[in-house]
Design a protein around this ligand. Structure first.
Ligand SMILES: [Zn+2]
Length: 145
């Protein structure tokens, strides 16, 4: 089965952010909530080389803070909510937003690392619009002696 490779970084990020394989868009990127699959079942891409680490939570917190700050200010200025109600409301909205953004952020970070050839994704032949007729070849740059 031949899948269409991404033509741009934005398309790869969109695929990863939706939880799809950034390389082929033919299968899910995650086996569990934040655990990516080892290999894409559709194109064979090895996803074990990603090093997303703390960057996805950083992005989720950054976006959540920029969304919630104006919401909290508006609630404080234009509503007559008591402080326990406002605290509970803001905590629920904040936690929901952060948890909802974690997987898309991780998918996008993995797609970014794959597109740039970082870490374990060096020289993938499936980028830049080339057809994906064969499984990805693991071409890690190992400097082992
Ligand atoms: Zn794939």
């Amino acid at each position: 089965m031949t899948h269409v490779p991404p033509r741009s970084l934005a398309q790869a990020l969109w695929r990863g952010g939706r939880g799809h394989c950034p390389r082929c868009d033919g299968a899910r990127l995650f086996a569990a909530w934040l655990r990516p699959v080892a290999h894409c079942p559709a194109c064979g891409q090895d996803w074990r080389g990603h090093r997303a680490d703390d960057f996805p939570p950083y992005l989720a917190i950054l976006v959540t803070g920029h969304v919630m700050a104006p919401v909290i200010i508006e609630l404080g200025l234009h509503t007559a909510l008591s402080w326990p109600v406002m605290l509970a409301l803001c905590l629920v909205m904040t936690v929901t937003l952060v948890l909802g953004l974690l997987q898309p952020a991780k998918g996008a970070v993995i797609a970014l690392q794959w597109w740039l050839g970082l870490h374990g994704f060096a020289a993938d032949p499936g980028k830049a619009g080339r057809p994906l007729s064969e499984p990805a070849i693991e071409t890690r740059n190992r400097n082992e002696t």
